[in-house]
Design a protein around this ligand. Structure first.
Ligand code: BES
Ligand code: MN
Ligand code: ZN
Length: 506
């Protein structure tokens, strides 16, 4: 990952490939953001005018490269658009800085070093810029031929110096440390999502999680297919029944001696979702390696919580299975006996996520955590409802739903509260079993949420994040979001753990 330093160097003397400045979109043309003062002076105070001449407006996502001023040790200045100028006296929003830093980092892929002469008003801005750089400078090239620069993709920016950062300031240092831990784990979640499903099956995922857990002092327990059968995990086994790669349930326990709260995170980990016997048509299964993005987010968040040493207990549950059709696969019409004892008639084997989650939710509830949050690429319906960048939040607790939404917003992860209308429950009634795994088509994302709710123990606050839209970006990269796995929900989960550690989660 990109090396990050807080630097007191002057922009002029920095030996790098580029110096980056921010430029906002003013009513009368581009307006330089703070941090760029010295660079502007070197252009004799004309940098904004030069940028305007070059056609720059300061719009979000815009990148303008120009020769550095005479005497500069770096050859290029990169001006990156921040969008609208903030209200009078206000600072740029954290997410604005994060995105702009990400855009700059992406524009600088292939470069060795860049200096960021960005607005760094305080530790919040330092954190945002650091995170934007670390998340923007991401490439998944493990499967590209050749090495280093010969690979198909350019290597991410190797080193970034935050000019004007305070290397001796505790808060600045802590902001960089946190950004490093969170971003490194988030990028690892992206790697897992991007890894093709012939290499990342449930067993392989469990092995990676176990190794990382051990490195970070997290207790790990893996239930293999035998243990799952012995334990009666009918949902996880039913989904995995058609695959040559058997399912796993991974438990990651991070504990802190001073913890007063216990959070449980549950992730959907379908390493490939073909739909099973209710096979997905061509055009709908090419990206279904992404169906373990919930489990990847949970894994990353637990490891990040451990690395940050948060004073909270966090248990991560990864419900891992591959959904494949075969002679041994679950059929539409089969009835599964779930870990909770409830029976489920499987009417559509493509509604598999709720089945693996149901077992994991019941198991997670046995420890009576204060809060359970599950994360899942659960329904196409949520993508239709909220688009491709926003995840839905459903909950049995209004306060928790609001808290998750607020923390997600601060973290830079767009989300929206969704209801769980009780009238939709009867659509899952079936004469054969306690519940069917499908209900009304209308409100399909909410129906899935209502199904999960049946497996959450009475009295536990629970939230369900349906990340089907934002988990995987098939469109062009934007801000600090690359193509492919995005790592969505990691930062929201970490923020929730921090909130709990601070004792502010009631
Ligand atoms: N993994 C899919 C949901 C999904 C679709 C995630 C597209 C990411 C992108 C899930 O298992 C699924 O197939 N859901 C079905 C449920 C239906 C059969 C009730 C859906 O949404 O169509
Ligand atoms: Mn499916
Ligand atoms: Zn799925």
């Amino acid at each position: 990952m990109t090396a990050l330093t807080l630097s007191t160097s002057a922009a002029a003397g920095l030996r790098a490939d580029a110096v980056v400045v921010g430029v906002a979109k003013g009513a009368k043309g581009p307006v330089l953001a703070s941090g760029a003062e010295a660079v502007d002076e070197a252009y004799e105070g004309k940098l904004a005018a030069i940028l305007e001449t070059l056609g720059a407006s300061g719009a979000e996502g815009e990148v303008t490269k120009l020769p550095a001023p005479a005497g500069y040790k770096s050859p290029v200045v990169v001006a990156v658009g921040l969008g609208e100028v903030p209200e009078k006296d206000a600072d740029h929003a954290a997410e604005t800085l994060r995105r702009a830093a990400g855009v700059a980092a992406r524009a600088l892929s292939g470069a060795k070093k860049a200096g960021f002469a960005f607005p760094l008003a305080g530790p919040g801005a330092v954190a945002a810029v650091a995170e934007g750089i670390l998340l923007g400078a991401y490439a998944f090239d493990a499967y590209k031929a050749g090495n280093g620069d010969a690979k198909g993709a350019k290597a991410p920016l190797a080193e970034a110096a935050l000019l004007g950062g305070k290397p001796r300031d505790k808060a600045h240092k802590a902001a960089v440390e946190r950004a490093l831990a969170v971003s490194e784990e988030l990028n690892r979640a992206r790697d897992l999502v991007n890894t093709p499903p012939n290499d990342l099956n449930p067993e392989a995922f469990a092995a990676i999680a176990s190794a990382a857990a051990k490195e970070n002092g997290i207790k790990v327990q893996v239930l293999d297919e035998k243990a799952l059968a012995k334990g009666g995990f009918g949902g996880i086994l039913g989904v995995g029944a058609g695959s040559a790669s058997p399912p796993r349930l991974v438990k990651l326990s991070y504990t802190h001696a001073k913890a007063k709260r216990h959070l449980a995170f549950v992730g959907k980990g379908i390493t490939y979702d073909s739909g099973g016997i209710s096979l997905k048509p061509a055009g709908h299964n090419e990206t279904m390696k992404c169906d373990m993005a919930g489990a990847a987010a949970v894994f990353a968040a637990v490891v990040a919580a451990a690395r940050l040493g948060l004073e909270v207990n966090v248990t991560g549950w990864l419900a891992l299975a591959e959904n494949m059709p075969s002679g041994s696969a679950t059929r539409p019409g089969d009835v599964l006996r779930m870990y909770s004892g409830k029976t489920v008639e499987v009417l559509n084997t493509d509604a598999e996520g709720r089945l693996v989650l149901a077992d994991a939710l019941t198991k997670a509830g046995e420890e009576k955590p204060d809060v359970i949050v599950d994360v899942a690429t659960l329904t196409g319906a949520m993508m239709l409802a909220l688009g491709l960048r926003t995840f839905g939040i459903m909950s049995n607790d209004d306060a928790l739903r609001a808290t998750v939404h607020e923390l997600a917003e601060q973290a830079g992860e767009p989300s929206w509260p969704m209801p769980l209308p009780s009238h939709l429950r009867k659509g899952m009634d079936t004469p054969t079993a306690d519940i069917a795994n499908m209900g009304e088509r209308a409100g399909g994302g909410l129906v899935a949420g209502l199904f999960l709710k049946e497996f959450v123990a009475e009295g536990i606050s629970w939230a369900h994040l349906d990340i089907a839209g934002p988990a995987y970006n098939e469109q062009a990269p934007f801000g600090y979001t690359p193509k492919g796995g995005t790592g969505t929900a990691v930062r929201t989960l970490v923020a929730l753990a921090e909130r709990a550690a601070a004792g502010d989660l009631d």
